[in-house]
Design a protein around this ligand. Structure first.
Ligand code: NAI
Length: 397
């Protein structure tokens, strides 16, 4: 079939297998170039990546495999193609990653299912024991709208403010127009639910299950991803429902390191840069901030995507003799984003931006390029007029 993008609000309901493959190939090529420059103190041998198919998790998988030759087991929640529906981008990315890795003699297998569930944890641990023995690195990169826990209760995460209703400029992504967004205040129950989904509880359950199943090496490292952002977005992010969940994640890192000291396990949170991913596009106000951030950072030459961020994290912040953390124990990959020059410029542009000037003062094209790229569209070297088979197998599934 000929596959075209079908955009509905902040998601694209189609994905292009050849475009996704190219996207993965580009990230591998970048990683290989970088790996010539980096001399790491430690090299993870076997990694479990939870949330491995898109965004930061996929970049982590690629960076580990192609810098350190790490064997990678991924966990994702994606859909294969059916009838005239394409597979999800994460499915195609994973099919491509596994086939490249297999060709390059690297172990790469994937489990598709709900990472929050006991069943998928058990299946994953059984697979680790069968194929790898133990893992020495666990990346936790889930971004999910809901979580069902063992007793069957489903919690839903919401993106709301927590003190006052937050009125802010925002971008209407359907028309690229500036509008006024009013973000309501969450109830206590909504805050608690968001913490259940995006906080650290499930991360801790994974580590507990891996240790209990004797599938985690002594001295293993685990990393989860977080975001803080500038004051401009505090009401919707840092101080919003999601920020409460991230705070819980940060506390979980400290608890995990403490609780598993006898196994010498070290848990870190890496605070990353705001980037266009399927998850961030859903957060009100943030897409406008991202398009201004891209504009300013591209002009200053400090713009990075997921793969650049993650390669830098492993080589320069984490896998060095003493990992580089701030006063709160957090790895800061948002250092360039939060640079005062960058933020001063964004503040000024934020005041100025209107529907009329948005294409001039914000990198709205860069935003949309990244958006389409995520789904495998608009990628150089791909012929989109080709009649292509949407059914692509993930070798290990
Ligand atoms: P993403 O949407 O690109 O990736 C999410 C991953 O989780 C995918 O692999 C998906 O298949 C998997 N997943 C979702 N629900 C699942 C489930 N129930 N079971 C198994 N797998 C599931 O998200 P992104 O943006 O890469 O986010 C990953 C982490 O990075 C999140 O914790 C996010 O808060 C954090 N982060 C994101 C930033 C951004 O600007 N995008 C900035 C800083 C941190």
């Amino acid at each position: 079939m000929i596959i075209e993008p079908k955009v509905r609000g902040f998601i694209c309901t189609t994905a292009h297998p050849a475009g996704c493959r190219e996207n993965v190939a580009n990230q591998i090529a970048y990683t290989k170039e970088q790996s010539k420059l980096s001399h790491s103190y430690k090299s993870p041998k076997k990694a479990l990546i939870i949330g491995s198919s898109t965004g930061y998790g996929l970049a982590s998988r690629i960076s580990l495999a192609y810098t350190y030759q790490t064997s990678t087991l991924g966990v994702m929640y994606e859909k294969e193609a059916a009838g005239n529906r394409t597979a999800t981008a994460g499915w195609y990315n994973t099919a491509a990653f596994e086939s490249f890795a297999n060709d390059d003699g690297l172990y790469a297998q994937t489990i598709n299912g709900d990472a929050f569930s006991k069943e998928i944890k058990e299946e994953t641990i059984a697979k680790i024991k069968r194929d790898l023995g133990k893992v020495d690195m666990v990346i936790y990169s889930l971004a999910a709208p809901r979580r069902t826990v063992a007793d069957g209760t489903t919690y839903t995460s919401v993106l709301k403010a927590t003190s006052d209703t937050f009125e802010s400029k925002s971008i209407d992504l359907r028309h690229n127009t500036i509008s006024e967004a009013s973000i309501p205040t969450a109830t206590e129950e909504e805050i608690a639910s968001t913490i259940k989904v995006m906080g650290g509880e499930d991360w801790a359950e994974w580590i507990e299950a891996l240790v209990a199943g004797d599938a985690l090496e002594e001295g293993a490292i685990t990393v989860a991803y977080s975001y803080i952002g500038p004051e401009l977005t505090y009401p919707i992010y840092k101080e919003g429902t999601i920020g409460h969940a991230k705070e819980h994640l940060h506390q979980t890192a400290a608890l995990l390191t403490e609780n598993y000291a006898s196994h010498d396990i070290h848990a870190y949170v890496s605070v990353n840069k705001a980037l266009v991913t399927q998850s961030s596009a859903a957060i009100p106000v943030v897409p406008l901030y991202i398009s201004l951030l891209y504009k300013v950072q591209k002009e200053l030459g400090t713009h990075e995507g997921c793969i650049e961020q993650v390669c830098r994290m492993f080589a320069q912040k984490l896998l060095i003799e003493t990992p580089e953390v701030d006063g709160q124990g957090l790895i800061r990959l948002d250092d360039y984003e939060l640079d005062s020059e960058v933020q001063e410029k964004i503040k000024a542009l934020w005041e100025e931006v209107t529907t009329e000037n948005i294409t001039d003062i914000a990198d709205i094209d860069g935003y949309w390029d990244d958006f389409y790229t995520m789904f495998g569209f608009g990628i150089a070297g791909v012929d989109y007029s080709d009649d292509i088979d949407a059914s692509v197998a993930v070798p290990s599934i």
